[in-house]
Design a protein around this ligand. Structure first.
Ligand code: FAD
Length: 547
């Protein structure tokens, strides 16, 4: 699909939506869902030369993929519960992503304390980690018997502490990972449009057999509806997977499980490590980890019964549960509700064990008993996928393409040979940037990092950091220019994360943000005020303490 405007520039979206409405174009593949699962399929499908349209009902990564725990991890928990395949795949993907996206997927050391009479003891934990390290092809584990709270994790509870084991996983910015993957797909000729919702499946009948042949779409900005057709339709809509499948008479299979997090200032709970431990109340694993200059405490695992059309929100019970966990592990910190800077909650699209029964009927098994593996279904040419993890998004994409292959006879099914990310560098001329900052920008923006920095140099404060965050003012400008920002929350909660990292959704820097939105998105005062109100409402209802 051609558009006069450069891809994802401020005017691009309306031009492309107009073309979609007016022309009766046939796509190879339509993808519903702009989370990591949809993005991964988009990236792999475009690299095979397919003509692909991805539609997202809200903003890219608006669903679970901006509200995960942000670990790119093998999942020791999966290993412990015998899900060896998932653990092995995840460890290998973790290694691949760390190698390919340094600066966006970074190693993160973990620490697990061993307390007298409590699980896990150092010996058994070492054996588990030996398998984990074997899968990675690298030894990361190390045992410490001294200096734990002095040198490694200040304030950690040392009563009855025998020692601690260090091991390694990785951490990312989940929403930026989605954007990076989508950018790669754009470069290979794909079309990804936000605020475009699939409202129904279209079917055609050949020789008495019905097949899904397209979608009815609704533009969430203008409210207009129109139809698009494709050889195959992919449903990667996460916790909403059942909705499109139900248009074909399928039963519900998704059990939505919520997990919530607290953000506190780093100085209130400083740690260079992720501290992993078991909650005293229910023995579930919880962790405290450093992320983007703040400390995060997570997570819970509960049936999610809130309205699925709104962002999920933390409850009072979850706040108490997470504060109790942190205060037991770090008694001296004495964290209070007033220390909480932000919260976020995500919903796991878990494929329930009770697939053959309707899962509405209150499934008896505990949330933590549910397996986290993904599943793929082909219902009359609607290929649906759900479950799995952020970490394994590429493997999930391969499985989906295998399932879609019968509808796309022209493609080769030797998918594993495709490379994920195009290599990119920043010229050595940018002497004012530290190597750490270069890595961060390259990881996040790939080949676009060069343009971002070149433009930043021409601006007065382009290379300055925003308040106490690592985000540059130039990143805000870049996103406005080149990342189809429609609302203020797109910019402050997903393109950048400053709404989660600064007090009150980053209100202290609003005047600078307003100037940029007015200059680069052409928002007048009325539009800015409306966006500000909308954003503050979202922050209050979904990213703060409950009232
Ligand atoms: C609390 C929590 C912590 C987690 N931590 C980790 C972790 O540390 N590491 C890890 O690897 N994994 C983690 N996960 C799992 C991981 O986040 C998810 O598996 C992954 O983000 C799911 O991505 P998705 O694209 O399938 O779903 P989503 O990100 O929810 O994307 C689906 C998208 O589809 C869109 N959509 C829905 N219906 C329509 C429609 N009709 N038309 C158009 N668009 C539609 C939605 O708006 C949404 O944006 C965690 C999950 C949770 C909940």
């Amino acid at each position: 699909m051609s558009s006069q405007e450069a891809i994802w520039s401020p005017l691009w979206r309306s031009q492309v939506v107009n073309q979609l409405k007016q022309t009766d174009s046939q796509w190879d593949m339509l993808i519903v869902g702009g989370g990591i699962t949809g993005a991964g399929i988009y990236r792999e499908a475009t690299s095979l030369g397919l003509k692909v349209l991805l539609v997202e009902q809200r903003d890219f990564a608006w669903g679970t993929s901006s509200r995960s725990s942000k670990m790119v991890h093998g999942g020791l928990r999966y290993l412990g519960s015998g899900q060896l395949g998932l653990a092995n795949d995840s460890v290998k993907e973790r290694q691949n992503l760390m190698n390919e996206l340094p600066g966006l997927v970074n190693p993160l050391p973990f620490m697990m304390g061993h307390y007298k009479g409590m699980f896990p003891g150092p010996w058994i934990f070492d054996k588990l980690l030996a398998i984990y390290d074997f899968m990675a092809g690298h030894r990361y584990r190390k045992y410490f018997s001294k200096g734990i709270r002095d040198f490694f994790v200040p304030g950690m509870n040392t009563s009855q502490l025998k020692g601690a084991t260090q091991f390694s996983d990785a951490v990312t910015d989940d929403a930026r990972l989605v954007m990076r993957v989508l950018h790669e797909g754009n470069t290979d000729g794909g079309t990804a449009v936000n605020y475009l919702k699939a409202v129904d499946t279209l079917k055609t009948e050949t020789k008495g057999i019905e097949k899904v042949s397209g979608l009815k779409l609704e533009d969430q900005i203008s409210g207009e509806q129109f139809e698009v057709s494709a050889k195959v339709v992919i449903n990667a809509s996460g916790t909403w997977t059942d909705e499109l499948r139900q248009t074909l008479g399928q039963k519900k299979v998704i059990r939505p499980l919520r997990g919530s997090h607290l953000v506190v200032p780093f100085w209130r709970l400083p740690s260079a490590f992720t501290v992993s431990f078991f909650h005293a109340k229910d023995k579930r694993p919880v962790f405290v980890f450093p992320w983007e200059g703040v400390t995060v405490i997570g997570t819970t695992d509960l049936d999610h019964q809130q309205n699925s059309n709104e962002e999920s929100s933390i409850t009072r019970e979850e706040i108490d549960y997470l504060l109790d966990a942190a205060n037991l592990q770090f008694p001296e910190a004495n964290l209070l509700k007033g220390d909480i800077r932000a919260t976020w909650s995500g919903v796991r699209p878990v494929v329930s064990k009770n697939q053959d029964k309707a899962v509405d009927s209150n499934t008896p098994n505990k949330p933590s008993d549910e397996k986290r593996e993904h599943a793929v279904w082909d219902d009359q040419g609607l290929i649906s996928v759900a479950g799995g993890k952020l970490t394994t998004y590429r493997l999930i994409a391969m499985d989906v393409l295998q399932k879609a292959a019968p509808y796309l006879p022209e493609i080769s099914t030797d998918f594993k040979k495709t490379s994920h990310f195009k290599p990119s560098t920043l010229s050595s001329g940018f002497v004012e940037l530290s190597s750490e900052l270069k890595k961060r920008l390259l990881g996040r923006y790939g080949a676009h990092a060069h343009t971002l920095v070149s433009h930043a140099r021409e601006l007065e404060n382009g290379l300055e950091k925003i308040s106490t965050t690592d985000t540059l003012w130039a990143e805000i400008i870049w996103s406005c220019q080149s990342e189809t920002v429609q609302h203020l929350d797109d910019l402050l909660l997903r393109r950048t994360r400053i709404g989660l990292l600064l007090d009150d959704g980053a209100e202290e820097v609003f005047s600078g943000i307003r100037d940029i939105c007015q200059q680069y998105l052409a928002w007048d005062d009325v539009k800015w005020q409306a966006e500000r109100k909308r954003y503050q409402n979202i922050i209050k209802r979904h990213y703060s303490l409950p009232e």
